[in-house]
Design a protein. Sequence first.
Length: 478
Amino acid sequence: MSQDAEATADGAVPDHDLDAVFQRQRQASRRIAASDLEARQESLGRLRGMVTDNRSAIAEAISQDFGNRSRDETDMLEVVPTLGAIRYARRKLAGWMKPQRRHVDLAFQPASAWVRHEPLGVVGIIAPWNYPLLLALSPLVDALAAGNRVMVKPSELAPRFADLLQRLIAERFDPEQVAVVIGGVEAAQRFSSLPFDHLLFTGSTAVGRKVMQAAAENLTPVTLELGGKSPAIVCPDYPLDKAASSIAFGKFLNAGQTCIAPDYALVPNDKIAAFAEAVMASARRAYPAIAGNDDYSAIIGDRHYQRLRDAVETVRSEGATVLSHEDTGADSGRKIGPTVVFGAAPESLLMTEEIFGPVLPIVGYDSLDDAIRYVAARDRPLALYCFSDDKSAQAKVLDGTMSGGVTLNGTLLHVAQDSLPFGGVGTSGMGAYHGFDGFRRLSHVRSVYKVGAFNVFERLGPPWGKLAGMASRLLSRR
Ligand code: NAD
């Protein structure tokens, strides 16, 4: 690591040096030619080493931030996918970086055309707390694969992890290449107003609006990975128990604090009660106890804990049916057991706002068309789940709705495919990353056109004459 005036003795970046770090990265990105394949592979390899060498420290810090989060869950849902993204990028990078030849129309021959994927420069990444490793490092993998310099701002709601990440990155990367900036909302606001060459934000839709406003001042392009209410549609043909256990799996991992968790389930009206029981049975099998069970996550902070409890109590007091696994009470260390609700008022918070907790409302429908209309009438969700073995029902749901991504007959798994773009649409976000789509998103796709032995266009005129007239008629007639 180079000796950096703005860095402390151990290389960490103090948060008051935000502008200085940015300027250093920016100047370096303008001064030094784009990094080659070998340098990018080396950076990705270093990142892999950082994660593999610190698996248990990472899981421990995240668990402490949550109050409890299963080490296995962190390993399976954060460490393994991060390493997978690194492995995939390293394997594919040489092919992605090759210039891509493009077609040249007969009218412009002889000539050639191609595109080059070039680093944008300095990329900013703002990450949330719910999967703090994956959602900071997965965009970082794409940004490094694309040859960028990167500043990362982790969430202040996961402070132990943020400190750890800052230290680990500073031990392995020159702050001119990658730097982690720590701080609360004020630091985040200052961060989002830096004139990055691209800003990738993962978080809530409300904050996403502010980030986009701040970025607009600098004409900084943004990728917004936001949230929303992701529906799970259980079609009439699908075995209820199977759908219930998939939905319970996707909903109760990390106690529902997953951006693509099924937010609510749409179920045929005559199957609501049976479905609710099946979800609870599945939750009890996965988590026989809640309070002392290390496998079951706590809610990240008091504000979110209270928000979720209030939302459930409100619909209960209004007459909704609430099934709960175990009343963990106030001494549970901010744990809320798996909860299923039906009969909640359409205008309740539970039915209008992203839940982001272990509470699953069920909405009944008469026909599949009604379920599709329900989804299509609302904001476009980040994820959609459809359970059916009937291809025409699957096609009907896919054609009649829109969402960032879809898993059919399961939950969450589309996000784990490095070959698929991941992102939202409408209020659930804009722009997608992961794998080649992330590499491309964080590259400048630069067009190059090379004139061949002679330039027909320059021979046609001016002065415009017969030759130009003939060429114009010929080219328009094709
Ligand atoms: P959040 O929007 O409150 O915070 C996210 C980040 O933004 C944090 O680092 C925070 O410091 C920063 N921030 C806060 N105020 C800011 C401001 N005014 N300007 C700039 N940055 C600011 O979100 P959260 O509570 O950390 O995460 C939960 C939300 O994130 C949910 O809505 C969830 O659906 C969404 N999410 C989306 C994805 C995805 O991939 N689409 C993944 C995880 C979470």
